[in-house]
Structures are given as structure tokens and as C-alpha cells.
Design a protein around this ligand. Structure first.
Ligand code: NAD
Ligand code: DAU
Length: 359
């Protein structure tokens, strides 16, 4: 049976990659894509889709419960894939309010819409109803160097307003399964990278700044560790969970790639140097700046559960994934220029980096 998807946040980085992924692996799938087009969402991310006739974009807010309910009924949606969120940790330190409104209130209102239309009205004629919630490894807090990787049973200990808002939304999703019997799955994933990532995040920011000869701002000592995953691997893992995951379960997703930030940045510099581009050697642009307050030191994901139960594991290795990503940004300067001209990008760079002594 072919699913009818409601993708929330499908004009953002991972959501738009997911739409493309689904159109490649399951072209007949009907996708309704609901996105508010905040600073992080753009229709530029959805240009040239493989099967445009099966993608229906709706410019709306996940907090508009009646509009979501209407979409569920009218399009006979049986699967919600919930990406929409405020996603940047640094922004949550500058202004947490939007994170509470979108990530907590928004998820709550989306759950209410699903409960009403699917469980109370039984208005969707399907045996495969599922609410899949996209979450993060940041809900587990931070690891010391020798600590074992996060497991699904690791207690939640979120450290930033972003992580706390995602933890809250995870708990709400879990409770709708436990209390009302809403069919749900949750995935907690580590840091993604790849095409269409907004250049406020480490990897695209470093590529953009290196290409334009601007400083490469390393927070603190640059020895923080993330578990990097190529975005297409994340999309495949989500689809695997939706198709094969057990109701009510959460699954960790990670890349098993854990170099410190400074190594990631130096690798990007080397890739650009090899291309003979100007500003060589790019490492001369590296600038150590004031650290992120409350900066989590290390994340690592134990992915045994999704591997053993569902047979998923990452396909891309970090060295090749970084090369492909650098190539994508070089080949898509029109996309990059359109994004950085849009909305508040320059303003954000000023706010976040000037106070660190580097703008
Ligand atoms: P993003 O910031 O690139 O995109 C978020 C999208 O949500 C944007 O298109 C935005 O317009 C939309 N949106 C925001 N508020 C909305 C609202 N009220 N109603 C409708 N749409 C709204 O985010 P991303 O990096 O693609 O992350 C997607 C999801 O994955 C988030 O839930 C995030 O917490 C999670 N996640 C991200 C990563 C990562 O490394 N980027 C890792 C693990 C989990
Ligand atoms: O771990 C999953 C999370 O990964 C997701 O839930 C978040 O949505 C996503 O934004 C990401 O959070 P991070 O805070 O880890 O990502 P970011 O790209 O902002 O930073 C990655 C690391 O790089 C982090 O240790 C901070 C550091 N950094 C970041 C920026 C933007 C710098 O040193 N300099 C920078 O300019």
C-alpha cells in the first residue's frame, strides 16, 4: 500500500532532502509538504523535484490546527513525518521563545490534529497510520571522553533551550502513544551535513566563508565532538523506521564519524586547497573565537538497535561525504547567493559573531 505523507518542515535542510529521497525511492508516493518558510525554509530547496506532480506544497504553520486537520482529511494523509522546528542551538541561546512555540506548542498541536482526525473521527481510511517524529541526539546531553555512546535508554539531560524543546516534544509524542494509542515512532539523530543546509551550521558556514575569504570561526578550542551523518543516510533511516519500525519505539541514528570540529574544518580547507581556489592555504582563515555558552563537549550515538532490528547502517563515509558537499556548494553558488541574500542572514552573522570578536 502506498502511503500518503504529510511532511512538515519540508522546505528546510533535512525535510527537502527527504522529499527528494522519497521521490527517488517511491515516486508514486503522494507528498503534502507543509512549511511556514521561516528564515530556514526556502522554495529554492525544492526546485527541480523528480516527480513534481506528486508534491503539493502548502505554506502554513504547524500550529494552525484546523488547517492541519483539513489537510489530513482532504488528502487522506496516513503518515505524518514531522521535521518542522527551530533547529539552531546558537539562535536558541539568543532567543528561546520561538523554540518553545514551534518545537513544543507546534508538536502538541500537530499531535492534537492527528488524534482528532485519525483516532476520534476515524476520517482516514487506512491501516498504516503513523506519526513519525524527527528528533536529535542533543536530548541526551553531553558525554565525557570515555563515556559510552548514547543509547535509546540513556536518560534525557538536555542542555540548551533547543535541546530542551526537542526533549519536551519527544515526551509529548511518547505520551500520545501511551495515553491515546496514537501510532508513533521517534528517531534521534546526530549532526547532519550535505546539500541544501542553511549556512548558519558549521559545515556550510565554513565552506561559504572559506570560498569568500572570510574568517573561519572556531568556538572555544575546537575539540568538541559531533557524530556526523550524510543527510541522505538520515533520510533512508527515517523511511526504514516508518516502513519497518515498531509502534511506540524510538531509534538512534548516527554516522559513526566522530572527529573534533577543528579536524572537520581543516579537512574542508584541504579539499578547497586541492581545487586551486583563491585564499590558499585556507587554514590561514581559521580564527578561534569565544565559545558557545554551555557548549556540549561530545556526542556519540550507539546505533545497534536500528542496525540489528531494521538492518539500517550509514552508507556514506565522512571523507567522501565532505568532498561531495564541498562540490555541491561550489556548483550551486546561485542557491547559496539566493539564500544568503534572503531574510536575516547578514543580520544573524552580525549578531552571532560580532559578540565573539569576529564578524
Ligand atoms: P531547518 O532549520 O533547516 O528547517 C526547519 C524547517 O521547518 C524550515 O523549512 C522552516 O521553515 C520550517 N518551520 C519552522 N517553524 C515552522 C512552523 N511553525 N510551521 C511550519 N514549518 C516550520 O532544520 P533541519 O536542520 O532540516 O532539521 C529538521 C529537523 O531535524 C528538526 O526537527 C531538527 O530538530 C531535527 N534534527 C536536525 C539535525 C541536523 O543536524 N540538522 C540533526 C538531528 C535532528
Ligand atoms: O546533534 C544534532 C544537532 O546538530 C541538531 O539537533 C541541530 O539541529 C543541529 O543544528 C546540530 O547542532 P550543533 O550545535 O551540533 O550544530 P552546529 O553546526 O551549530 O555546530 C556544530 C559544532 O561546531 C558545535 O560544536 C559548535 C561548533 N561551531 C559551530 C558554528 C556555527 C563552531 O565552532 N563555529 C561555528 O561558527
Amino acid at each position: 500500500m502506498t502511503r500518503k505523507l504529510l511532511v512538515t518542515g519540508g522546505a528546510g535542510f533535512i525535510g527537502s532532502n527527504f522529499v527528494r529521497y522519497i521521490q527517488n525511492v517511491s515516486p508514486e508516493t503522494q507528498i503534502t509538504n507543509l512549511d511556514l518558510l521561516t528564515y530556514a525554509g526556502s522554495l529554492e530547496n525544492l526546485r527541480d523535484l523528480p516527480v513534481p506532480q506528486n508534491h503539493h506544497f502548502v505554506h502554513a504553520d504547524i500550529r494552525d490546527q484546523s488547517q492541519v486537520e483539513n489537510l489530513l482529511r482532504q488528502n487522506q494523509i496516513d503518515t505524518i513525518v514531522h521535521f518542522a522546528a527551530e533547529s539552531h542551538v546558537d539562535r536558541s541561546l539568543q532567543g528561546p521563545s520561538a523554540f518553545i512555540q514551534t518545537n513544543i506548542d507546534g508538536t502538541f498541536l500537530l499531535l492534537e490534529a492527528a488524534r482528532k482526525v485519525w483516532l476520534e473521527e476515524k476520517a482516514v481510511d487506512s491501516t498504516i497510520i503513523r506519526f513519525h517524529h524527527i528528533s536529535t541526539d542533543e536530548v541526551y546531553g553531553t558525554l565525557a571522553p570515555e563515556d559510552p555512546a548514547f543509547e535509546e535508554t540513556t536518560p534525557y539531560a538536555p542542555n540548551s533551550p533547543y535541546a530542551a524543546s526537542k526533549a519536551s516534544s519527544d515526551h509529548l509524542v511518547r505520551s500520545y502513544n501511551h495515553s491515546f494509542g496514537l501510532p508513533v515512532t521517534i528517531s534521534n539523530c546526530s549532526n547532519n551535513y550535505g546539500p541544501y543546509q542553511f549556512p548558519e551550521k558549521l559545515i556550510p558556514l565554513m565552506i561559504l566563508n572559506a570560498l569568500t575569504g572570510r574568517p573561519l570561526p572556531i568556538y572555544g578550542d575546537g575539540m568538541q565532538i559531533r557524530d556526523w551523518l550524510y543527510v541522505e543516510d538520515h533520510c533512508e533511516a527515517i523511511w526504514t523506521i516508518i516502513e519497518k519500525g515498531r509502534d511506540g519505539e524510538s531509534y538512534n541514528i548516527g554516522g559513526e564519524n566522530q572527529p573534533p570540529n577543528i579536524e572537520i574544518v581543516k579537512t574542508i580547507c584541504q579539499i578547497l586547497d586541492e581545487k586551486g581556489l583563491q585564499n590558499r592555504p585556507h587554514e590561514q582563515l581559521i580564527t578561534y573565537v569565544q565559545d558557545r555558552p554551555g557548549h556540549d563537549r561530545r556526542y556519540a550515538m550507539n546505533i545497534n538497535k536500528i542496525h540489528n532490528e531494521l538492518g539500517w547502517q550509514p552508507k556514506h563515509d565522512l571523507a567522501q561525504g565532505l568532498r561531495d558537499t564541498v562540490d555541491w556548494y561550489i556548483e550551486n553558488t546561485d542557491w547559496l547567493n539566493a539564500i544568503i541574500k534572503e531574510k536575516d542572514y547578514q543580520q544573524w552573522v552580525q549578531i552571532n559573531y560580532q559578540q565573539r570578536g569576529n564578524a
